[in-house]
Structure formats: structure tokens, C-alpha cells
Design a protein around this ligand. Structure first.
Ligand SMILES: *[C@@H]1O[C@H](CO)[C@@H](O)[C@H](O)[C@H]1NC(C)=O
Ligand SMILES: *[C@@H]1O[C@H](CO)[C@@H](O)[C@H](O)[C@H]1NC(C)=O
Ligand SMILES: *[C@@H]1O[C@H](CO)[C@@H](O)[C@H](O)[C@H]1NC(C)=O
Length: 181
């Protein structure tokens, strides 16, 4: 279990992983037309997302952007579940409970804002959609801060889900930007 002292290192390693993934994108996943991933900041995540659930996924740019939004949402839901599980183990840890309630509120906000982003993409209101996606990144960062400030041991899986969320959301933002151009 990661202690709080190791958190900065952990985050650093995650960022490093992203940096390497961007420099050396793994084009391992077959049949999908993942052309949008060439233009996203977290290419590795993007290439993982698009064929997920359907290895033969082929979609136009709008469908690819919406799938990236879906992949973000899945990570947010996963983080929420993992955080709920952690908090149910420590019902008397007030600081942790506070962080968990806060993060759950962030997830609610993310879910609503991503729904708005999807509506805006479909209505071709692309800068509104990007603003929505950016707002969700802000909420997710808030959850990370809450978890850190709880001064509890935060399992790596939770941090991973939170960080992956941000990666997918950044990719979704970049994909929507392409639609805009
Ligand atoms: C992949 O999709 C792009 C647009 O998203 C399209 O221009 C291109 O022709 C497609 N390539 C294949 C092999 O389907
Ligand atoms: C995104 O998720 C929604 C709800 O689960 C689904 O209806 C939609 O088809 C998904 N879109 C893409 C592009 O995967
Ligand atoms: C969203 O964030 C990205 C990356 O920080 C930035 O380039 C973009 O301008 C922002 N878009 C909006 C609509 O806020």
C-alpha cells in the first residue's frame, strides 16, 4: 500500500509513464481505425480506449471523440467505487470520510458535466463541449487533492483511476478540438 510520503513519487512515475507512452506510442491494437489517437496527448490511453469492448471498432471522428468521453466516465465510476470501498473499511477515519464524500460529489459533477459535453458534441457546440471536459478535469484534480489531504494511505488503484480519468479526458478534449477545426 502506498504511504502518503510516497505519493509524490507515485505521481511522478505516472507522469513519466505518460511521457514515455507519448514518445513511443504502442500501436499494438489491431483492427480499429484509431486515426484520432495520432492527435491526442495520451496516445497510449487513446489506443487502448477505442477498441475496448469492440476490437473491430471503426468510427468517424465524432464517434471516436464520444468513445473517449465514455472511457473517461468509466474511469471516474471506477475511482468512485474504489474510493467507496476504501472508505467503508475505515468508517471512523473522519478525514478520509470527508475526502470520500467530497470525491463522490466530484463524481456526480463529472457525470453531469460529461452528459452535457456529449449533448454539446452532438449539437456541434464544440467549444462548449471542450469547456465541459476541461471542467471535469478540474473536478477530478479536486478529488486527488482531497485524497492527498486526508493523510491516509491511498491504494495505487485509486490514484491510477483518477490519473487515467484525466488522460482520457485530455484525449477527448483533443478529439473534440479536431472536430472543431
Ligand atoms: C480512418 O478514419 C479517418 C477519419 O476518421 C478516415 O479519413 C480514414 O480513411 C479511415 N481509414 C481507414 C483505413 O478506414
Ligand atoms: C457511450 O456510452 C453510452 C451510454 O453507455 C452509449 O449509449 C454510447 O453508444 C456510447 N458511445 C460510444 C461512442 O461508445
Ligand atoms: C481546455 O484545456 C486545454 C488544455 O489545457 C486547452 O488547450 C483548451 O484551450 C481548453 N479549452 C477550453 C474550451 O477551455
Amino acid at each position: 500500500m502506498a504511504s502518503i510520503a510516497r505519493l509524490p513519487l507515485c505521481l511522478f512515475l505516472i507522469i513519466l509513464t505518460f511521457a514515455i507512452a507519448n514518445k513511443y506510442p504502442l500501436r499494438v491494437i489491431g483492427a480499429a481505425n484509431n486515426s484520432v489517437c495520432d492527435s491526442t496527448p495520451k496516445k497510449l490511453l487513446c489506443n487502448f480506449c477505442l477498441p475496448s469492448g469492440n476490437p473491430h471498432f471503426v468510427g468517424d471522428l465524432t464517434t471516436q471523440a464520444l468513445k473517449l468521453v465514455n472511457c473517461s466516465l468509466r474511469q471516474a465510476v471506477r475511482a468512485d467505487e474504489l474510493i467507496f470501498n476504501l472508505c467503508s473499511l475505515f468508517p471512523k477515519n473522519a478525514e478520509l470520510q470527508f475526502a470520500c464524500i467530497g470525491c463522490h460529489g466530484c463524481l456526480d459533477a463529472i457525470t453531469n458535466t460529461l452528459s452535457s459535453a456529449v449533448r454539446n458534441v452532438k449539437a456541434k457546440l464544440f467549444s462548449d463541449a471542450r469547456e465541459d471536459v476541461n471542467t471535469t478535469i478540474f473536478y477530478e484534480k479536486k478529488c486527488i487533492l482531497l485524497m492527498k489531504s486526508s493523510r491516509s494511505s491511498i491504494p495505487y488503484t485509486i490514484l491510477q483511476a483518477l490519473i487515467y480519468y484525466i488522460g482520457y479526458a485530455m484525449d477527448a478534449n483533443a478529439a473534440i478540438r479536431l472536430l472543431h477545426e
